[in-house]
Design a protein around this ligand. Sequence first.
Ligand code: CMP
Length: 154
Amino acid sequence: MTNRTFTIIKPNAVGLGHTGEILEIIEKAGFRILALKMVCLSRSDTEKFYHVHKERPFFRTLNLFMTAGPIVVAVLEKENAVADFRTLIGATDPAKAAEGTIRKRFAESKTRNAIHASDSNENAAWEASFFFTDKEILETTYQLPVSPEEIDKD
Ligand code: CMP
C-alpha cells in the first residue's frame, strides 16, 4: 500500500552540507517528496516533538543537539513507506547501522545520528502535521497541461 512517512535531516547533516546528497539517496530509493522545508527548532518545539522521550536519560542532549542549527523536514510517499524508510536510514546507533544506510554514512553518534524517521503510520501523520499544514503536503504530480512542444515553442 502506498503510504507516507516523515523525516528530519538533523542539524549535523545539514550543517556539514549533506542535505542534497541525503535527498538524492531518498529519491533514488523511490520515495516521492510531498513536502519539504528548512526550519530551526526551539527548545520547547523539541520537547513537544520528542515528548515520548522526555523522561529518557538522553533527552537533555537530544534537545541541545536538535536546537544546534537548522533542520530539513520532509513528508515522503512510497509503498510501505514507514518500514522501507527505516531500512534505508539504518539503526539509531551508527555503530550498529547496516552498510549502505544513511546513518552508516552520515551519523556521527547515537545522538548526532543525521536523520530521523517515523516509526508507525500514526506517528508519521502526527509528525508531518507538527511541521506542515494539509495544504503544504502536495499530492500533485508533474503533468503538463499541453504538449511539450507547445511549452517549448517560445
Ligand atoms: P530519532 O530517530 O530522532 O529518535 C530519538 C532520538 O534520540 C534518536 O533518533 C537519537 O538521535 C536520540 N538518542 C540518543 N541516545 C539514544 C538512545 N540511547 N536510544 C535511542 N535514541 C537515542
